[in-house]
Design a protein around this ligand. Structure first.
Ligand code: DHB
Length: 319
């Protein structure tokens, strides 16, 4: 009896073959999004990520004015993760707008990552961005761990609320994601402040402030001294942050931190993430990761008889 019943269940609960995610009034063909900071400074590389199967792309963070960034060395591969300290190098928003114009007709949402050193700068950027047809959403980086003037914002609930409000008011309805740092005693306080400021979604988490020392010279390896740790080492921290936020707040959360396999993606979605962002995995294994993980995800859904990603989203919260 039991057997017949479960067979029937299997046939009802058939996977529909789609990995689509609909959120923020946007359609992502799959939940695997290129994270900020990797391949995100030119139109051809962003396009290549979408052509390689990314469900969406986030640009490298840009500011109002051009920035050279820090001198070398800027990155250390520790095996279990990367520590990078680029210093937010970018051509400035005006020059980047011209790059973005080449991305018309992109087949996945383009999320523009921005940072600002003041609310005045942010409002100016917001007004410029509101005109851009190719930009589907904006991700506010208040959490770069080692650039003074930016890292402080993401640790203060008052500043986060005020910055987000300023950006929302200047943007004319484009959705705003706020990228959070885990380097705080209570990420929920910051997440709530972002929601109070009008954030439409949160990205959890940015890299973790860290450093590496060269025992031969006795000096810090990175020219910027501190850097951001990404990759597998931070995945359990990121997962915990997503879970905590989803448990407490009603806002879409993009999981980010150490996603390398389909299993990782499923963990984040079970923690309640709408989608995930991937950076270090692309740096370490290349753009083929998007198609490989999509294929694995589909196999998992089929094998387990899940109809859609919606069926597994938030499962870890059910009591
Ligand atoms: C940089 C910025 C970040 O937000 C981050 O997480 C790591 C590095 C940078 O440009 O240095």
């Amino acid at each position: 009896m039991l057997k017949i019943y479960s067979l029937k269940l299997m046939s009802i609960r058939q996977y529909n073959g789609s990995l689509e995610v609909k959120t923020l009034n946007l359609r992502f063909p799959n939940p695997l999004i290129l994270a900020a900071g990797i391949l995100g400074l030119t139109a051809p590389s962003l396009k290549r990520a979408v052509d390689s199967g990314a469900g969406g792309v986030v640009t490298k963070s840009v500011g109002l004015k051009p920035r050279e960034g820090f001198p070398n060395p800027t990155i250390v591969d520790l095996g279990f993760g990367l520590v990078n300290s680029m210093g937010l190098p970018n051509p400035g928003l005006q020059a980047f707008v011209e790059e973005l114009e080449e991305l018309e007709g992109l087949e996945a949402p383009l999320i523009l990552s921005i940072y600002a050193f003041s609310e005045e700068e942010l409002a100016t950027m917001g007004r410029m961005i509101s005109e851009l047809k190719t930009v589907s959403a904006v991700e506010l980086n208040v959490s770069c761990p080692h650039v003074g003037g930016v890292s402080e914002i993401g640790k203060s609930p008052e500043l986060v609320k005020s910055y987000v409000k300023t950006l929302k008011e200047s943007l004319n309805d484009k959705p705003v994601l706020v990228k959070l740092t885990p380097d705080v005693s209570d990420i929920l306080l910051i997440a709530k402040a972002a929601v109070d400021g009008g954030a439409d979604a949160l990205t959890a988490i940015n890299t973790v402030k860290s450093m590496v020392i060269d025992v031969e010279t006795g000096r810090p390896v990175l020219a910027g001294v501190f850097g951001g740790l990404s990759g597998p080492a931070i995945k359990p921290i990121a997962l915990r942050c997503v879970y905590e936020i989803v448990e407490a707040l009603d806002i879409p959360v993009f999981g980010c931190g150490g996603v390398e396999t389909a299993r990782d993606v499923i963990e984040f979605i079970m923690a309640g993430a709408v989608a995930v962002q991937m950076g270090s995995a692309i740096a370490r294994r290349g753009l083929r990761v998007f198609r490989e993980i999509s294929t694995e995800l589909k196999k998992f859904m089929e094998f387990r008889g899940f109809k859609s990603l919606g069926e597994i989203r938030g499962l870890a919260h059910k009591k």
